[in-house]
Design a protein around this ligand. Structure first.
Ligand code: NAD
Length: 308
């Protein structure tokens, strides 16, 4: 089945990260911090300038949050080379990690071009949050080396990598990507089959929707719902704190699409509630200082919150 010249024991050492936005920059920096040479590919120099600012910021975060030394940060920066020419960016890549916008037409065009330019044994891994690899298969000539490598936001601390193939993904490719995820400090979470939402979101989204449903159906107020989760599960954050972290724009996009798809009245009430209370008010969650809670000191972090 596999026509690869590379084998299991040959580690992935040269990575191209395509798209250097929120997640792409984090993935590129984490790879480089772990000793991997990275080509950071984006569409123009303005994007690469913004990526450099993101790398600067990530250097500060790694120093503050995981005690990275100045030498480690400088070494990581030195391993990242920006490129806006896809052909020369891809030519030496063992692995392409694609983190370009969540838009099927953009991804289609990217994979078509990449397939024609990348070496025959380059692995293509998408970081897509909503598309399963089967939806991208027809965009490449090499479906057996296509799979998903999905990271979570803030990769250095939420260090899971969900690895998911489609039925035609070569098991050797899959295994090499699992090994690579470990190498860059992730906990690899291999899936045996395609699953929208992977593992985490397949569990988390139903829980969050249930919490929103309890709120909009006036079963209890948000603090009471959060306390039920936090006290009984021993968590420091409940569903409404999690929703603030995700950001209300994403929450609205997801709930509106769900309401349209299902026609369910609770889903529609949730979408309407999010629109009225957050989208129209600009209270878009933690990043804007206000969502369900006010930041940087939300009530739920006060020990008294779960004590009364
Ligand atoms: P983003 O909008 O922050 O960044 C996208 C980047 O891709 C930009 O730098 C843009 O210039 C670049 N780009 C656009 N077209 C391109 C092309 N043809 N070739 C190369 N680069 C191109 O997006 P993001 O939030 O980083 O999301 C990227 C991917 O990662 C999406 O598939 C998303 O579902 C996934 N993801 C995002 C998160 C998250 O929390 N943001 C988490 C997990 C997965």
């Amino acid at each position: 089945m596999s026509s690869y010249s590379l084998n299991d024991s040959q580690p992935i050492t040269r990575v191209m990260v395509a798209g250097t936005g929120v997640l792409g920059a984090q993935i590129a920096f984490q790879c480089a911090f772990s000793g991997v040479d990275v080509i950071a590919y984006d569409v123009d120099t303005g994007c690469l300038d913004r990526a450099n600012a993101r790398f600067d910021e990530l250097g500060h975060i790694y120093a503050a949050q995981i005690g990275a030394t100045r030498e480690q940060i400088e070494a990581a920066r030195a391993r990242i080379v920006g490129n806006i020419d896809l052909g020369s960016a891809a030519i030496h890549a063992d692995l392409v990690i694609e983190a370009i916008p969540e838009d099927l037409a953009i991804k289609q065009s990217f994979y078509r071009t990449l397939s024609a330019l990348a070496p025959a044994d380059t692995i293509f891994a998408t970081n897509s949050s909503t598309l399963v690899p089967s939806q991208l298969v027809s965009f490449t000539d090499q479906p057996e080396r296509l799979l998903t490598l999905h990271f979570a936001h803030d990769v250095w601390k939420h260090n899971i990598a969900e690895i998911m193939g489609h039925p035609g993904t070569d098991p050797v490719v899959f295994k090499r990507v699992v090994q690579f995820a470990s190498r860059i400090g992730m906990v690899p979470l291999p899936l045996r089959k395609e699953q929208p939402g992977y593992l985490l979101n397949a569990m988390l989204i139903p829980m969050l929707l249930a919490a929103l449903g309890l709120l909009v159906n006036d079963v209890a107020d948000m603090q009471t719902i959060d306390k039920a989760w936090m006290i009984a599960k021993g968590d420091r954050i409940g569903p409404f704190g999690i929703l603030d972290g995700i950001g209300m724009t994403t929450v609205y996009n997801v709930t509106r699409a769900l309401a349209e798809r299902t026609g369910d009245s609770t889903h529609q009430r949730i979408a309407d509630y999010v629109k009225t209370h957050f989208i129209e008010t600009g209270y878009l969650g933690e990043s804007t200082g206000r969502g369900f809670y006010r930041y940087p000191d939300p009530d739920f972090l006060d020990p008294a919150f779960v004590a009364a």
